[in-house]
Write a protein that binds this ligand. Structure first.
Ligand code: FAD
Length: 285
């Protein structure tokens, strides 16, 4: 089923992002976690595509498994990195042949060591170009990424939003945000997007901080703002993992409650392939 068909019946969707496990042990662990998450009946799930296409085979195998064996409506992430038009056509024909109806189309980050993204010969420079190409050639339901605190390469939020508008005009039917911890950025972003004529769903992507060490990782990774008060609370309890976990979960529950109360069209959980935190948050909403 296309995710846009799910939207017709669900005013709000609750969805999960997974990544392909990279060892036999983590695959077993993943299976256990997915088993637990199944009972939450997510609206849809998505599977990431490793940097530079590094997980391509495992991404495709996992979307096949989740879509056709587990029965989740599953979106495959796919990036422009190292892919020319011929490869894209081969890959998407394969995804089509295994009954995948939904794609999250991305540019991807520059390969390790490269400062700047360079499109491969006969490839694409921006997600909007990939989306346009796929939209013209195929019948997939296509989604795009957006960044409520702006993409790190963009000079301004306005410039970044203009580029997101290009994705929507090219055929992205909904957007999922990069993770964030301060809802003000999301509400402001949606307001600006609507003013620019972007009417599609902008689903907040949410991750719970459940350990103190994650703070540095998240801020370095995407320059994400984490409210000082929350950091201070975690810092005081940094040697008490149980307490930090509870503080993180409580913060995320309140964050999701406010998002939903103020009109967000659902929540996309970055599960990190774990079930406990997502189940606790989901059940309290
Ligand atoms: P783009 O939309 O192309 O934007 C990248 C930059 O270029 C932005 O600064 C934008 O403002 C600018 N830009 C865009 N279009 C134009 C234009 N026409 N002219 C000039 N400038 C332009 N990465 C992975 O490798 N695998 C994944 O599975 C994956 N999943 C993700 C899922 C979500 C929900 C999100 C938010 C991110 C994900 N990423 C993933 C990370 C993503 O690949 C990186 O953030 C990447 O740097 C940008 O990808 P994009 O699709 O947003 O690119």
């Amino acid at each position: 089923m296309k995710i846009t068909d799910i939207f017709k019946n669900q005013e709000r969707t609750f969805s999960f992002e997974f990544f392909p496990p990279n060892s036999e042990i983590s695959a077993v662990d993943f299976g256990i976690n997915v088993g637990q998450l199944m009972r939450l009946s997510p609206s849809f799930v998505t599977v990431t595509y490793g940097a530079g296409g590094s997980t391509q085979e495992r991404t495709f195998a996992l979307v096949d498994y989740l879509q056709n064996k587990v029965g989740f409506t599953t979106a495959a992430h796919y990036t422009c990195v190292n892919s020319d038009r011929d490869k894209i056509i081969r890959d998407l024909n394969h995804l089509k042949s295994i009954n995948i109806k939904n794609l999250m189309l991305l540019r991807g980050d520059p390969p390790k060591g490269d400062q700047k993204f360079e499109a491969p010969k006969n490839g694409f420079n921006h997600a909007s170009d990939l989306i346009e190409f796929v939209h013209q050639q195929y019948q997939f339901c296509n989604a795009g990424a957006c960044y409520v605190e702006k993409h790190p390469e963009a000079a301004t939020l306005e410039q970044d939003l203009n580029n997101v508008k290009k994705k929507v005009d090219a055929g992205a039917e909904f957007l999922i945000t990069q993770l964030f911890f301060n809802n003000e950025y999301y509400f402001n972003y949606v307001e600006q997007a609507r003013k620019m004529g972007i009417t599609s769903r902008i689903i907040p992507g949410i991750i719970p901080i459940t350990a103190y060490r994650q703070i540095e990782r998240f801020t370095q990774m995407s320059g994400t703002n984490i409210p000082q008060e929350f950091i201070a609370q975690l810092e005081v309890n940094k040697n008490n993992p149980g307490k930090t976990y509870n503080i993180g979960i409580e913060y995320t529950i309140n964050q999701c409650r406010e998002l939903l109360a103020k009109g967000a069209p659902g929540i996309h959980f970055y599960t990190l392939n774990k079930s406990r935190a997502t189940i606790e948050i989901f059940e309290s909403l």
